[in-house]
Design a protein around this ligand. Sequence first.
Ligand code: GSH
Length: 241
Amino acid sequence: MTGSQRSLAKGSAAPGPVPEGVTRLYSMRFCPYVQRARLVLIAKGIKHEVVNINLKNKPDWFFEKSPLGLVPSIETSDGKIVYESPVVCDYLDEAFPGVKLTPADPYEKAQQKILLEHFSAVTSAMHKILLAKKDNQDTTELKTQFFEKFKILEGALAKRKSPYFGGESVSMIDYMIWPWFERFGVFEVQEVLENSPSVKAWQELMLQDPAVKETFTEPDVFRGFFELYSKNNWDAFDYGL
Ligand code: GSH
């Protein structure tokens, strides 16, 4: 992986054209949605570079690269821009050769999309916990809501009786949900896995996946990032560099 590491802020020069044969990822090092795209880029062996963006002080040119002002967004050497993590990941899977992460079977594909919709309730419950923690509020009720939403994942995997959410090998849905599992420590919700044996076994397998290993961030680093981020400290994006 090549590309800038420190985040670019307002006033910085726009990066030059994307080199031939390279895909550029507009990123923020601690963003779970970006990690989805990184997992797919790595799993498929797509040559890419990374441009990190200071999300509290975005450069003006960033909106040309990502009209909603969010990361991830990707840019190809022929000027194509794709954003929104599920769209980015599907595009990468379809447009590039290598392992196909999305099932060819339409029903299986539909099942993965449905599970992803359910998962968005899990992530939104997690983000509510984080906001409450930021304001030093009690999170007990929010955690109960999170545990309730999480049951759908354990139920889906147990019913499938397969090691991964898409079957016998890692597939798109596993990568789409993985980034939040790395952040369980920060959200203080790890205990959910004690009552989720299928997901716990899946987590162990995922930790062995080469793309997961390459993008893995230690819980302490996430904690350091969130501490600065919750104080609106713009250095958060460059934490640890
Ligand atoms: N729906 C978007 C996706 O799936 O790509 C969400 C992406 C997102 O929320 N990214 C955050 C962001 O860019 C960083 S983790 N935040 C900047 C902002 O809210 O202004």
